[in-house]
Write a protein that binds this ligand. Structure first.
Ligand SMILES: Nc1ncnc2c1ncn2[C@@H]1O[C@H](COP(=O)(O)OP(=O)(O)OP(=O)(O)O)[C@@H](O)[C@H]1O
Ligand SMILES: [Mg+2]
Length: 441
């Protein structure tokens, strides 16, 4: 649960199981099932939730905690008191007489793993304990495979609608399904995110709860808050109410990244530009930032500004520029060469505009990478996945900011009288087709 880490308590031995029951009948009921799991029946105490709070405030929390809430007048308040003293990593199973779905939901949100309505059967208790053990084993350790370095990729769209979320979901899908890495997709577009929608999933309340109560974020919270798209891919996203601005100092985002990092092998974070500007610290732990752009004048201007911003706010981060929706026939508003020389950075990957694949992906609720398998316009996504994994696995030379820096652009800026924004914009204007000429793309 949420008790802050305490070095004195941290060094104490953690019992595999402790129970706090309200009456002898419940104690006699729990004992044989606990014994089946190899847990000591001596650890089943009287005093219910009240005693649990008192005891755990001065001793180490067990791995599995059973609390009887039958005598609790205000179960939610009491569970929150328990959360204050119970350390992260404890799986809590509660039992009680109150049959109210709202209470059940609130209890789960407060961090308990399961709520058993009394009277419950030995099988129900057995199942709850078995599930607790599974949760403790954790997804990463389940197959005993050695942990690979975590890959954390941020995806940012330079303008609205350039396809950043399509690239983010495609990358997450590729990590999970093609590379078989346990992957999380974190969609920080709280009001208008499309990660869950594009895979035909309900986003749930997890992300909104996390932002409203950052203190509750821990491994178990994450386990419940994330929505599973498949065995290998989980999503954390929201459709926050439009009547409610989501105010955060960014600590929840950072903490979520940390918890996800501990539980998954790959993370893809879809970061809207406004969130990035407000919370630059989100980039401190990423392996790479994928900036998705289109080849237009506005995108060129914003790319120049964003690359400048990266230089001051995240100078060490690897920036990968992906041009998406690039017209396959006809030209784009700005040519690739002019775009690269203006932004002084090369375009690392070019993804063509393919309406057929996009429509198919939407209809089937699948990602562009999935539907566009074998389609040459989307092949660069596969190459991008390889580069991102090479970066995190340490097999890429990871040259930091400007890895894709274009020498030509530097020269042309100099020729125009110095690398000021005005000079670059003047150059851009000169590149635009003169009045009367139709724009292509
Ligand atoms: N390469 C492509 N070819 C054709 N259509 C594409 C391509 N990439 C993305 N799209 C389409 O563009 C639309 C916008 O994509 P998406 O939602 O990913 O953009 P975004 O940058 O995340 O937008 P927002 O700014 O709203 O977050 C979607 O309908 C998507 O299917
Ligand atoms: Mg988006």
């Amino acid at each position: 649960m949420n008790a802050p880490w305490n070095p004195a308590r941290g060094s104490m031995h953690r019992e595999p199981f402790i129970g706090f029951v309200c009456d002898d009948a419940t104690a006699e009921f729990v004992k044989p099932v606990a014994a089946e799991f190899g847990w000591s029946i001596e650890k089943i105490n009287k005093g219910g939730l009240r005693n649990a709070v008192q005891t755990l405030s001065v001793s180490a929390s067990p791995h599995v905690l059973f609390v009887d809430m039958s005598e609790s007048v205000n179960p939610l308040q009491d569970i929150n008191a328990l959360a204050e003293v119970c350390e992260p990593g404890t799986v809590v199973i509660a039992a009680g007489h109150v049959n109210d779905v709202r209470l059940y939901r609130d209890l789960l949100t407060s961090g308990i793993q399961d709520y058993l309505l009394k009277p419950f059967t030995p099988d129900q208790l057995r199942d709850a304990f078995a599930h607790a053990q599974m949760v403790l084993a954790g997804p990463r350790n389940a197959d005993g495979a050695p942990a690979r370095p975590h890959s954390l990729t941020a995806v940012i769209g330079i303008r609205g609608g350039v396809g950043a979320s399509s690239v983010a979901t495609s990358l997450a899908w590729s990590f999970a399904e093609k590379k078989q890495r346990l992957t999380a997709l974190l969609d920080l577009d709280l009001h208008f995110g499309t990660a869950a929608l594009s895979m035909d999933l309900e986003p749930g309340r997890g992300l909104v709860d996390a932002i409203e109560n950052p203190g509750r974020i821990d491994g178990l919270f994450l386990e419940r808050a994330m929505v599973k798209a498949s065995d290998m891919l989980s999503i954390l996203s929201a459709e926050a109410s439009m009547n409610r601005p989501m105010l955060t100092d960014g600590s929840a985002f950072f903490q979520l990244q940390e918890e996800i990092r501990a539980a998954f092998e790959c993370t893809v974070v879809d970061i809207p530009r406004n969130i990035l500007i407000q919370h630059p610290h989100l980039l401190h732990v990423v392996n790479a930032v994928v900036v998705v752009t289109e080849l237009t004048l506005a995108a060129t201007r914003d790319m120049m500004r964003l690359l400048g911003w990266f230089k001051s706010n995240a100078p060490a981060v690897r920036i990968i520029v992906v041009a998406n929706k690039v017209p396959v026939v006809g030209g784009s508003e700005i040519s690739r060469k002019d775009f690269e020389s203006s932004i002084e950075h090369k375009i690392d990957y070019v993804i063509g505009f393919d309406q057929k694949v996009a429509v198919q992906a939407t209809k089937l609720c699948r990602t562009l990478a999935d539907v566009g398998k074998g389609n040459r316009h989307f092949n660069p996504l596969g190459e991008l996945v390889e580069e991102l994994l090479a970066l995190s696995d340490g097999t890429d030379d990871g040259a930091g900011y400007g890895a894709g820096k274009s020498g030509d652009g530097a020269k042309s800026a100099k020729a125009a009288g110095g690398p000021t924004l005005m000079n670059k914009l003047n150059e851009l204007k000169a590149m635009l087709p003169s009045k009367g000429k139709a724009k292509v793309g």
